[in-house]
Design a protein around this ligand. Sequence first.
Ligand SMILES: C[S@@+](CC[C@H](N)C(=O)[O-])C[C@H]1O[C@@H](n2cnc3c(N)ncnc32)[C@H](O)[C@@H]1O
Length: 188
Amino acid sequence: MTWLETLINTEIIDRIAADPRTTADNFLGYPKQHVFADVLQGGRRIIEVPLSLETPAGEIVSLSVTDQALLYARYNQKGHLHELMHAFRQLIGTWRGEISILDIGCGPATGGLALASVVGPAQAFRYFGCDRSIAMLDLGGRLMAKARELDGIHRASEIRFVPCLNDVDFGNRRQVTTLGSGPINLLN
Ligand SMILES: C[S@@+](CC[C@H](N)C(=O)[O-])C[C@H]1O[C@@H](n2cnc3c(N)ncnc32)[C@H](O)[C@@H]1O
């Protein structure tokens, strides 16, 4: 198993499975087959406030922003990870220079994890994740920290998360060519 698979299993799948509200039919108390449409709005919901939703069976279920970010990762992140890994393989190719990525609408650091997986632990990179959802930034920070613990990321890599592009400090101007990309998921 790769470090990325271990990470997703332990930090997302096992965490949801171990939650006392999770049952055979529910994730965190909400019916599994309705999470994608109702809770995540197909991945378009911006996770900023707790939700109180009525299930199709008429039960009221409360979900914190942390719950919603976890469910986003459980339902949407895996597919995006594979797409971004494919994109990074094409973008980076045989490039051996410095790599800096600005990930706009980063969610739970999906682009950062995909990048780390593609470049491998032998190459350092700079990753700036920007998202207006603090719950997404929190989960992204947690996942990237765990990825470091699993030795998936070069220790000299610089990883920052910000809620606003104005807060990104790219550091001093460098006399090197930098490969830059934004996996763009900015919806509005
Ligand atoms: C569909 S999710 C994609 C997340 C991640 N890039 C991925 O592939 O899994 C879109 C993300 O964009 C963020 N977002 C939407 N509008 C934004 C804005 N105006 N500024 C910053 N982030 C925004 C949302 O909070 C959400 O996390």
